[in-house]
Design a protein around this ligand. Sequence first.
Ligand code: 5GP
Ligand code: SF4
Ligand code: MG
Length: 459
Amino acid sequence: MCGIFGVRGHPDAVHLAQLGLYSLQHRGQESVGVVSIDAGGAARAVRTMGTLSDAMSHELAKIPGVSAVGHTRYSTAGSSTIENAQPALARSKGGYITLAHNGNLINAGELRLALEDEGAIFSSTNDSEVIVHRIAHSRADAPAERLADALQGVEGAYSLIVAMGDTLLAARDPRGWRPLTMGRLGDAVVFASESCALDIVGATIEREVEPGEIVAVNAEGTTTLHPLPKRDEHKCVFEYVYFARPDSRVYGGSVDRARRALGRRLAREWPAPGADLVFSVPDSSNSAALGFAEESGVPYELALIRNHYVGRTFIQPTQAGRDAKVKVKYNAVREVLAGKSVVMVDDSIVRGTTTRGLVAMVRAAGAREVHMRVSSAPVTGPCYYGIDTPSREELIAANYTQAEIAAHLGVDSLGYLPLDGMLESVPGGPKGFCHACFSGDYPTPPPADADKLRFGCGC
Ligand code: 5GP
Ligand code: SF4
Ligand code: MG
């Protein structure tokens, strides 16, 4: 998964991009990059593995610009290389093309082979570079038309921020899989994956970029194009469940309100009579657990504390095993849990390994009964559209019944929010959402190179 940010027409563009990326850091910690574009259209990039750092700030201070594009990247270890860090930057017909992508293309393999047959040379293994090549191949002059040409026949999920010369462009695939918001800061235009990145730079939200839309901003103003065949909307429901920040608006709705509604619905579907307290697995389920507490009247407590200062490399499973991984990240508050019947609310269960470790920790801290409540449906399939869910073999709900999962986790009861409850709770639902990883209802055929794709994801 990834976060993308772009700003045009501001003397502090590079600094603003950095601020925006701080707010999008949760969307990817594998690598981060900023491309700065000066008044003459010349572009320079600074990219690094890991998260934003002081060292990167020093580098960025040397390349001021009037426009900037930024990217935070998350994907699996297999493709964790600096060559895959974004934004992509290339020269074509004497001008620069900068591109930041969130999402996964499902026909990138075929498109790449076709380009390679024509002699194209790729510098990364990610799917986003395919779009850069296709832009370079376009015979059109106007940047929006070049991007429109490039996107014909590209299948899958993409929210894009692209810069060509002094034009900044934003585009969303026709199904609208990934969010993308547009805002204004004085005369400058800002685009970001989530509105929390507009807040941090002081921009006001104008609107979402629409599914299938290309927005182009240059010295003359803003123009918009709908060059792609219309499709049914498939916004990723997992953005509301887990991925986006609760202080953000995505797809035009509040993530906090969505999660509270999911938690409230969960409390109605799966009440826990007689429970003494409810707690979240911080931070991702805080708002859903609050919703559960509000609806059920069971008091909300802080029973698990998360350590925010442990780097990702330190908690690799190879170093100390799964249990140690959980212990490094979380600790239980004995005074809250001892002797109590408790409701543990989490937003999702994927492999079940973290949850199992947490339940053991909560019991070791003295909890008498543990009732697990999950504010999404069971995850039964992989995602091909930009979220890095593991393969089906590793998904606990794809392989075991609910009773078996409860036994494996060591809980007294287990309740998942059913799919219809989930879709009815999110803003704008129940229609217009992708729920393939929960329902198996994939809007596209699985990509031919599905396994490779999980490791070659450009987002
Ligand atoms: P599990 O018990 O399946 O090992 O882990 C469940 C936890 O993983 C939940 O707290 C949930 O918030 C989190 N989670 C869900 N999806 C993702 C994801 O795509 N990436 C990461 N890092 N965590 C996730
Ligand atoms: Fe989102 Fe799941 Fe659809 Fe992927 S498969 S886009 S995670 S709802
Ligand atoms: Mg979590």
